[in-house]
Design a binder for this molecule. Sequence first.
Ligand code: ZN
Length: 284
Amino acid sequence: MPLVSGKGLLQAAMQGRYALGSFNILNLEMVQGILEAAVEERSPVILAISQKAIDHAGLEQAAEMVKIAAGLTPVPVALHLDHGRDFRQAAVCLRGGFTSLMIDGSALSFDDNVAISRLVAEMAHALEVPVEGQLGRIAGKEDDIIVSEQKATMTDPQEARRFVELTGIDWLTVAVGSVHLLTSRTAQLDFDRITAIREAIGIPLVLHGGSGIPDEGVREAVARGICKINIATHLNRAFLAAISDALTANPQMVDPRVILGEGKRAITEATREKMRLFGSSGKA
Ligand SMILES: [Zn+2]
């Protein structure tokens, strides 16, 4: 089916008390691998493109690849800009058919974050596209955004309420203890903070750095009101490990399809596992 707006998907997740995976893609095999999992699990899914993925694949090419793949897929697929940085890029993505946008003003002052988030939300809402904002700084590395543990700041519930009122954003990324690009699953979340933010604002909450959170932490976060969980590192590692194993096992192999096919299968498996954990299986 054609791409769907992420708005209805997250609204349904919030009401149904489950979370949707937002999976970062950067090539054909990742798109196909994730969508195969979505079909097998009958799960709605968000495919996200980050700045580095845009640099790698080209914005138009990456977006068109997702659109074509979604058109061949019988479950709802949304196309999301991850960690958008500026107004111009948001506009280009809207023209490119993205069905949700993130504007990440979290490195700015509160007032400047409000200003850019409100501007992007006003523009996107004219086309009925939802916008994800971020308040609080998440530790770790995401593309070129590096935040040290000392510079990381948790999201304040009352400030979050003001931020949502002032900007009109649709979803809020919260900083509650998760870490970007964490290769061990050791992040400790502040669950009471999630509950306090949930009680302060009525829009879907988003958790980044989903790869580094233990399963029981993910379940608790979803129970407390997280509706979208971003996954990048987990799939990247599964893809590379499968390719590396396939090359080691077949050192004479000259057909990239055999090697990349193993990567794709690993993506499908890793995605299925997350969809079951998030509770989105069977919701399409
Ligand atoms: Zn992120």
